[in-house]
Design a protein around this ligand. Structure first.
Ligand SMILES: N[C@@H](CCC(=O)N[C@@H](CS)C(=O)NCC(=O)O)C(=O)O
Length: 212
């Protein structure tokens, strides 16, 4: 059986959600963040050389990195669900949005989080450039979600990858989504999904998902 090592309020919520959605049996091991550093505690860092969440175990396999973990679970246990294959007309669209999250949106959220903590002047050239990149990523999402209900069309793992950056990540990088009505409507659709609600209730029971 899969073990999901879930760090509180972290990207490992994606894996809990994925397993809930697929109806897979799994053992959930929860870890609190270090109260001072807000990083993973030493016992989490010891799980995998990456030292970051998510980490799963499946027999002898211990795997980190969200995209790798999601692809691993889909390939081994997904039975074709939640992914579009090469034969599908929207295969490229699925791949694009699957990778958009950790290749574009999440790094831009992370960079802006760090810059915010440095408390630089708002007209600082780097601050402006990084904010511009984040705004651009959000504008792309806004456009896409005006065309389709979910990122690849139907609900897929591309959504499972992306939602963290728009929700729980805003604990660490506050962001007003009011200028993005399509994103906000999307988050309401996500919040109505049973698998998401179950996953969030199991992984972070003290957290009200940031869907507005
Ligand atoms: N690209 C990695 C990023 C992993 C990552 O940075 N996870 C954060 C949680 S959102 C983490 O573990 N932070 C705690 C730490 O670095 O100690 C992935 O998607 O798995």
């Amino acid at each position: 059986m899969l073990t999901i090592h879930h760090l509180g309020k972290s990207q490992s919520e994606r894996i809990v959600w994925l397993c809930e959605k697929l109806g897979l049996p799994y053992e959930l091991k929860c870890y609190a963040r270090d109260p001072v550093t807000i990083l993973a505690p030493p016992e989490y860092k010891a799980l995998h050389p990456a030292g970051t969440a998510p980490v799963i175990a499946d027999g002898d396999v211990v795997l980190a990195e969200s995209g790798a973990v999601v692809e691993y679970i889909l390939a081994k246990y997904g039975a074709g669900r939640l992914a579009l294959g090469p034969e599908h007309p929207d295969f490229a669209t699925y791949l694009y949005w699957f990778h958009f999250s950790n290749g574009n949106l999440q790094p831009n959220m992370g960079r802006n989080m760090v810059l915010r903590r440095l408390d630089l002047a708002p007209d600082n050239a780097v601050v402006r450039a990084m904010k511009g990149r984040l705004d651009h990523a959000l504008a792309m999402l806004e456009t896409r979600l005006g065309e389709a209900e979910y990122l690849a069309g139907p609900f897929t793992a591309a959504d499972v990858m992306t939602v963290f950056s728009l929700t729980t990540m805003r604990i660490f990088m506050p962001l007003d989504l009011a200028p993005y009505p399509n994103i906000l409507a999307y988050l309401q659709r996500i919040g109505g999904r049973e698998g998401y609600r179950r996953a969030m209730a199991k992984g972070d029971p003290d957290l009200v998902p940031l869907l507005t």
